[in-house]
Design a protein around this ligand. Structure first.
Ligand code: AMP
Length: 439
């Protein structure tokens, strides 16, 4: 039987892989202007990292985590029918997002010593969620994210958002079709009272809302703003707004974030119903959507401030803020807008072998060119010269170096320009220089 890839996963190769690499390169270029350095954390973490960080009332933790057991532990779990006997350190899950693992790493490696300077890091990699698969919604997808720990200055919130918008622009997205939504979710001083108000509001309207929202009233009432059910959304449109309930500090923070965004010329829309899916957000939250061509999966990125997360992961109180963007979603948006992020295969020099006795000379020429930093392709199948020229075109070769018996006898090679078909002979030992002058 021929095995198939798991549902909701993708093999990345060819143009799609080039696009993923290009997206990471654009992220690196853009984020390094803001002095972010790269980090890679494990693709799996102890379940508790997500349970503490993301929260047990979220869909991500309750329904969507892929669990991981090593061989012996798996047998144990099967036998006992439960993982209760496993030490917490052996209960693992594939990461559904990057922030909780990043914060775990920050605690473990003391990225921000008490009173230390903020740390800014970015990452790129696969994330795993057991979602119902549809266009733009996968089970293994790729995110690029950036995180800052150690400062609560509203200028930082604005800078992180400006950096995110810089990134989308650098990818070639039409920014007139991109919407930035912002909101403040308050903090432990003002959110509990607001949550209570929303809970009461849902209970008062329970007969008009879905069963899940009725449960949310007690577990995670703010999530009712995000309910997929249109009727629930309609009802929630009339719910009390957090903007009216913020404490003075949160209101001031939010006002300053918006003032900085105004100064940066970044357009945004305030969305008082934007609550984001994960429990850890405080104060500033934001989401970026594309306005056309994406159907229901229009969110291409989002993030927010998470001032309480370090403590949830066992660290000292340390403010933080970050965002994550989805590679697959951005690709859908770019494709819809006719932007080719992958671009063509990079050009190369093709070294053609006109006769079997020239094979060794071709090998030497390839070696010399590659050692000089040139991207080189050659034939390994003894094809005809005509077919090698076709291959050279396929590999997007700008130049073709041809070595045949005449060239061999003259201690030379023929260098052919693939576009103009002009060609000249150069001495074998002048090949590297000749190629360098022509590409
Ligand atoms: P989140 O971590 O849920 O805030 O997601 C951040 C971004 O990741 C979203 O805006 C999407 O672009 C992307 N994303 C989230 N879940 C998926 C998924 N299942 N498949 C593809 N992209 C996703």
């Amino acid at each position: 039987m021929q095995a198939k890839k798991p549902e909701g996963t993708e093999d990345l190769f060819g143009a799609r892989m080039r696009a993923w690499e290009r997206m990471q390169a654009v992220a690196r270029e853009t984020f390094s202007r803001y002095c972010f350095s790269a980090i890679e954390t494990p693709a799996m973490e102890q379940v508790d990292v997500f349970v503490h960080g993301i929260g047990t009332s979220t869909d991500v933790v309750r329904k969507e985590m892929f669990r991981v057991f090593s061989g012996a532990n798996f047998a144990n779990v099967l036998e006992k029918g439960s993982e209760a006997g496993l030490k917490p350190g052996k209960r693992l899950a594939l990461r559904p997002e990057g922030t909780a693992g990043f914060v775990r790493a920050a605690v473990e490696n003391t990225f921000v010593p008490q009173g230390g300077a903020p740390v800014k890091m970015w990452y790129a990699g696969p994330m795993f969620r057991g979602e119902r698969v549809q266009k733009g919604r996968l089970r293994q997808f790729h995110q690029i994210g950036a995180e800052v720990l150690g400062a609560s200055d509203p200028a930082l919130d604005a800078e992180v958002i400006v950096m995110l918008m810089d990134f989308y622009r650098a990818l070639g997205l039409d920014m007139s079709r991109v919407r930035l939504l912002v909101n403040s979710m308050g903090d432990p001083a003002c959110r509990p009272a607001y949550r209570g108000k929303i809970r009461r509001f849902i209970l008062d309207h329970a007969d008009e809302m879905c069963d899940e929202c009725a449960v949310r009233a007690d577990t995670n009432p703010l999530r009712a703003f995000d309910c997929k059910n249109d009727r629930c959304r309609e009802v929630m449109a009339a719910a009390p707004k957090i903007a009216d309930e913020l404490c003075d500090e949160c209101a001031d923070h939010y006002a300053r974030v918006k003032a900085y965004l105004d100064e940066a010329g970044v357009a945004y829309e305030e969305d008082p119903t934007l609550v984001r899916g994960l429990d850890y957000y405080t104060r500033t939250v934001f989401e970026v959507q594309v306005t056309s061509g994406m159907g229901s999966q229009s969110a291409i990125g989002g993030g927010g401030r998470y001032d309480g997360l370090m403590e949830l992961e066992g660290g000292k109180p340390t403010p933080g803020i970050g965002f994550a963007v989805g590679f697959e979603r951005i690709m859908l948006a770019l494709e819809d807008q006719g932007v080719d992020l992958a671009g063509p295969e990079p050009s190369c020099v093709y070294v053609a072998c006109a006769a079997p006795e020239c094979r060794d000379a071709v090998f030497s020429a390839c070696l010399a060119l590659r050692r000089a930093g040139v991207r080189v392709e050659a034939d390994y199948q003894g094809r005809s010269l005509k077919s090698q020229f076709k291959q050279a075109d396929k590999h997007n070769a700008r130049l073709c170096v041809v070595i045949g018996p005449d060239e061999l006898a003259a201690g030379a090679v023929t260098v052919r320009d693939m576009a103009s078909h002009e060609q000249e002979q150069v001495p074998m030992d002048g090949l590297v220089e000749a190629v360098r002058n022509l590409v």
